[in-house]
Design a protein around this ligand. Structure first.
Ligand SMILES: O=C(O)CCC(=O)C(=O)O
Length: 251
């Protein structure tokens, strides 16, 4: 895998992340490189069971070196160190595959669903397929991370069971994350995001890396994690020892 050169963030970028709750897009690899990874993902990864018995699309960085290398690529981790310092843990990853006709994912803040204490996460969402408005690119609302919203039962037909209560939120401010294969963006655990129904005849596949810090306690046994789940220290040191770890998968 190619190594991205000089993946740092300026002080302005860091301040913008605090103000807007997202950054990017950035390039992790070229569309041609991602096309080769996509072919391997379809052939070597998603055809086999992974560590989570409930989903082949979850936490494949634990058993596939290709996925580990994508979700811990220097283009992601070097920028994350500029935001959160040197000690970084990957605790989850997820493919987000929406076939043509695939349903809307409602507006939500990820912290609502997650086993993190305290809630602190950086997501890097990368495009495996090209993500356009028609095939339902992710949309985010800048600055929405400053408010914690109540989540309620989702409307019938949504891909999630819970959605954020959106009173007082201006959805006209939403930014569309239109991405070339190999591009990604960052957002935090409170940034409101959503994607519409896929109205195209093209699949939309993304891969989200979920990264946190070693002082965050994970509930590793229950959903959305699973018995035998492990975190992996990807950069720096763990000075706390409160979570269960494994080594990266072998190449
Ligand atoms: O892929 C999507 O449409 C939604 C992604 C999402 O909710 C997430 O990455 O947290």
């Amino acid at each position: 895998m190619t190594t991205a050169a000089a993946c740092t963030l300026s002080k302005q970028d860091v301040l913008r992340f605090h103000e807007e709750g997202y950054l990017g897009p950035y390039a992790l690899c070229t569309p041609a490189e991602m096309a080769a990874f996509r072919e391997r993902i379809e052939r070597e990864v998603l055809t086999k069971d992974g560590p989570n018995p409930r989903s082949r699309e979850h936490c494949r960085h634990l058993d596939c070196r290709l996925i580990y290398d994508l979700v811990t690529h220097p283009a992601i981790i070097e920028r994350m160190t500029a935001l959160f310092g040197p000690d970084i843990v990957i605790w989850s990853s997820n493919f987000w595959t929406k076939q043509p006709g695939g349903g809307e994912i409602p507006w939500h803040q990820d912290f609502n669903y997650w086993p993190l204490n305290p809630h602190l996460n950086l997501s890097a969402w990368m495009a495996i397929d090209a993500c356009t408005e028609e095939n339902s690119c992710v949309r985010i609302i800048p600055g929405s991370h400053k408010k914690i919203l109540q989540h309620v039962k989702a409307t019938e037909g949504m891909a999630f069971s819970e959605m954020a209560q959106m009173q007082g939120i201006d959805v006209n401010k939403a930014v569309r994350m239109v991405l070339q294969p190999g591009e990604f963006f960052f957002f935090n655990e409170r940034t409101l995001h959503q994607s519409n129904k896929n109205v195209s005849n093209k699949r939309r596949m993304g891969l989200a890396a979920r990264l946190t810090l070693p002082f965050v306690k994970l509930n590793q046994e229950g959903p959305p994690l699973f018995p035998g789940h492990n975190a992996i220290l990807v950069h720096g040191e763990d000075r706390f020892g409160i979570n269960r770890y494994q080594d990266p998968p072998v190449a």
